[in-house]
Design a protein around this ligand. Structure first.
Ligand SMILES: [Zn+2]
Length: 80
């Protein structure tokens, strides 16, 4: 009985959420400012497997994970 109510509630939530996204209201998210950091030579490095990602644009700073570990933020000149 409780699960049926929960299911109905979830369906209602999804339904209203969809309506909101269609009408475009209800989303009051301000876009995070994106910084151009290409010249800063910021890299995200995975110490498990050696993968390196060159960060060129930085929005909300969130350290991604690779191989299950948070990547390291490294600043160094790009190797030419
Ligand atoms: Zn990795």
């Amino acid at each position: 009985m409780v699960s049926a109510l929960l299911l109905a509630y979830l369906i209602w939530r999804v339904g209203t959420g969809m309506l909101r996204s269609i009408s475009g209201t209800g989303f009051d998210r301000t876009k995070p400012e994106v910084e151009d950091v290409e010249e800063l030579d910021v890299f995200l490095v995975c110490h498990e497997c050696g993968t390196e990602l060159h960060v060129t644009r930085l929005g909300e700073l969130q350290i991604p994970r690779h191989c299950g570990e948070p990547m390291q933020v490294v600043r160094r000149p790009a190797i030419d």
